[in-house]
Design a protein around this ligand. Sequence first.
Ligand code: SF4
Ligand code: SF4
Length: 150
Amino acid sequence: MVTEAPQFWNTKLLVDMTQDEWESLCDGCGRCCLHKLEDIDTDLVFYTNVICHLFDERDCRCSDYPHRAQKVKDCLLLNPANESQFKWLPTSCAYRRLAEGKPLEWWHPLLTGSQETVRAAGVSVQGRTICETKVTSDQLENHIISWIDF
Ligand code: SF4
Ligand code: SF4
């Protein structure tokens, strides 16, 4: 008889995960590295296709993850004990989903064993962004996108 190992994301709270487990929840979509705009009257948040200059488009990853806090002051440093941060994440993000009691999406690499499914499902930002160095802050509004649910 074969007994499947329990999937840690179904059995552990975010705060109880090991560092490796926590990091493996990130699907590498890159969505949290996009600039967002907030309407101060309605609190609505809009995603743009403008992305942080440290984002590496080829790998769809931060190019200096260990030093991201020192290099980018508004980088969202997720803390498992601070779930209020997760409202800034897209609804597809595993951290937000688990914090809201939802399962991982079918395309998550922990379920499929492949990063390819993130792209196949249209979740990755790869090939769909423009670097922040090419856009001024007053042009951000022109870059609002509708392909991310928030
Ligand atoms: S939105 Fe979530 S899953 Fe996607 S890159 Fe950011 S932290 Fe990782
Ligand atoms: S510093 Fe890295 S993790 Fe933070 S927003 Fe920029 S690319 Fe993303």
